[in-house]
Design a protein around this ligand. Structure first.
Ligand SMILES: Nc1ncnc2c1ncn2[C@@H]1O[C@H](COP(=O)(O)OP(=O)(O)OP(=O)(O)O)[C@@H](O)[C@H]1O
Ligand SMILES: [Mg+2]
Length: 340
């Protein structure tokens, strides 16, 4: 994979939401939804982003499509999200809205719930042509052709363009969502749990379609999921998140078969696998609840539930270090143990 060019480099990204309260609407607290994460995505690569509910996955996805400021004007974004668009370097964390408009079409998003994410009052043709109207100068007949072509690419009939979302099944609706995301030829598609609302039998079809489309068009995916077995299949590399931080990042098979961070080990031990390599390991059950990003523990966010925790873990948020070639882990204790 070393010959693949880097599409986006995320460095020390922080997304904090201030909370206001009282009669004077003073700032009373800060939700540290994403608290200093770094990872990169190469061209034509799929990164799996996994972790429990509330760890910040959707917030990372929204930061990468640069819609956070639009959704939450008070949001505080720090660090950098540097895209390489045809040799031009563009930081989505800093770009002014006017400038950003030029690049919006290059990063698209697919959502978890295909029932809620498609406007029920719009026909499929209108839904898919919306990004074309915003970002291209196509005329009506070009747009009609493009919509038909896109429907065909996602396995639907061009005649279905004039139907409404409620006339489709869940899997078909997600295909419409994919067609809309594909419309502007993006370099990256953020897929926020795109199959978790679908029946298991349909999940594989949608994932296979996404992989075929990637093969044909060469875009990258950031694939967000809870389900590690889904990600292992589709992702080239996996980033494991816990409470706003990435705790482990590496090649998919390495993270899946040789997890090093105690949290990744616990998360992976919860996945039922018919795989003979894994049968000897028993399930690790973590004690306690996930702390909230409103009141994070000092130092390592995982230390309150970690079987390896030591006093020193309260001091600093551990950074990702390369424990083996291209295998990054944020835990000095594990590093010490492996060295000794
Ligand atoms: N606008 C906001 N204001 C305040 N807190 C927020 C806001 N958006 C998200 N959060 C909080 O930030 C944390 C991360 O949320 P996020 O939705 O990114 O998590 P997630 O990993 O996608 O969770 P899930 O798996 O449930 O989708 C959560 O604690 C959430 O409550
Ligand atoms: Mg989410």
């Amino acid at each position: 994979m070393s010959d693949k060019q880097k599409l986006v480099d995320v460095k020390n990204l922080k997304v904090h939401f201030p909370l206001f309260g009282g009669v004077l609407s003073r700032r009373v607290a800060t939700v540290k939804a994403v608290d200093g994460i770094s990872f990169s995505i190469k061209r034509k690569e799929t990164i799996g982003l996994v972790g429990e509910s509330g760890c910040g996955k959707t917030t990372v996805g929204r930061a990468l499509v640069a819609i956070l400021r639009q959704l939450y004007p008070d949001v505080e974004i720090d660090g950098s999200i540097t895209y390489n668009f045809n040799g031009k370097s563009v930081d989505f964390a800093r770009l002014k809205p006017r400038e950003l408009r030029k690049y919006r079409s290059k990063v698209q998003m697919i959502f978890q719930d295909p029932f809620a994410s498609l406007n029920p009052r719009m026909t499929v043709a209108q839904i898919i042509s919306e990004p074309l109207q915003l970002h291209t100068k196509m005329n009506d007949s070009e747009m009609k052709d493009r919509v038909g072509w896109l429907l065909d690419k996602v396995g639907l009939q061009p005649e279905q363009a004039y139907r409404y979302p409620h006339e489709f099944s869940g899997g078909q609706r997600q295909r419409v969502g994919i067609a809309r995301a594909l419309a502007t030829n993006p370099d990256l598609i953020i897929c926020d749990e795109p199959v978790s609302a679908l029946d298991v039998s349909i999940q594989a079809q949608v994932i296979n379609l996404m992989m075929d489309l990637q093969e044909e068009f060469g875009m990258s995916y950031l694939f967000i999921a809870h389900d590690l077995s889904v990600v292992e299949h589709i992702a080239d590399r996996i980033a494991v998140m816990y409470l706003g931080n990435v705790v482990e990042f590496g090649e998919s098979s390495t993270v899946y078969y040789d997890p090093r961070h105690p949290y990744s080990k616990a998360l992976l031990s919860a996945v039922p696998r018919p795989d003979p390599h894994r049968q000897r390991e028993s399930r690790i059950v973590l004690e306690g609840d996930v702390p909230t990003p409103l009141n994070k523990p000092s130092g390592c966010g995982f230390r309150t539930r970690c079987p390896l925790a030591e006093k020193s873990c309260a001091e600093e948020i551990p950074v990702l270090e390369e424990h083996a070639l291209e295998h990054w882990v944020a835990c000095p204790i594990v590093k010490e143990k492996n060295a000794g």
